[in-house]
Ligand binder design. Structure first.
Ligand code: PRP
Ligand code: URA
Length: 209
């Protein structure tokens, strides 16, 4: 059974309410997506390993902690996942970034895979996949299956809003992948959009509607 974490932090809930509001424009929407992704990343990286280092403060020498050599890669699902990249890189600027291209067929709602470029040393890396929306779960399931073919050490999936249907499908398909969601919404509508949701994440990030 996958670990599923739904965030209840007041800062995330506050920012999410502004993000959902239909009156929020593109500029603010982009800023909020990045801020929420950054806050989520803080918790999703809680298990990063530390090592002891000696630090000379102005007062004395002490043994302090630094993140050990463990390597991370973020993999946004195009397009909307791109909106989360700057936020997570602001916390971990040395991480590598791969890309997976997926879009949902508007009639069947099935994901269509059109691009995949990952760091060459992916077998040495922990991967955090980024996509603001987990609706049917189809895109997330296919993206993670594709990434698994390259043999990363570990995969986590971070989304901003999830539908119960998507969580069920994803955790069934990938019980080994931890799922981090800022919010768990009520349901999908007939077009597989999340209710109450925030509309089309890609269109709101890139201003394409
Ligand atoms: C959205 C979203 C996810 C997918 C979620 O992308 O960013 O990738 O839908 O839906 P699912 O869980 O039912 O697969 P979309 O297909 O709209 O593509 P875009 O990011 O290029 O706009
Ligand atoms: N993709 C989105 O952008 N929004 C949804 O509600 C579902 C899929």
């Amino acid at each position: 059974m996958s670990k599923v974490l739904i965030y209840d932090h007041p800062l995330i809930q506050h920012k999410l309410s502004i993000l959902r509001d239909e009156r929020t424009g593109t500029k603010q929407f982009r800023e909020l997506i990045n801020e929420i992704a950054m806050l989520m990343c803080y918790e999703a990286t809680r298990d990063l390993e530390l090592e002891d280092v000696k630090v000379k403060t102005p007062m004395e020498i002490m043994t302090a902690k630094k993140i050990s050599g463990r390597k991370l890669a973020f993999v946004p699902i195009l397009r909307a996942g791109l909106g989360m990249v700057d936020g997570v890189l602001s916390l971990i600027p040395t991480a590598k970034v791969g890309h997976i291209g997926m879009y949902r067929d508007p009639d069947t709602h099935e994901p269509v895979d059109y691009y995949c470029k990952l760091p060459a040393d992916i077998p040495e890396r922990d991967v955090i996949v980024l996509d603001p929306m987990l609706a049917t779960g189809g895109s997330a399931i296919d993206a993670v299956s594709r990434i698994k073919e390259f043999g990363p050490k570990n995969i986590k999936f971070m989304c901003i809003i999830a539908a119960p249907e998507g969580v069920e499908a994803f955790t069934t398909a990938h019980p080994d992948v931890e799922l981090y969601c800022a919010a768990l919404d009520r349901q999908l509508n007939d077009h597989a959009y999340i209710l109450p949701g925030l509309g089309d994440a890609g269109d709101r990030i890139f201003g394409t509607k």
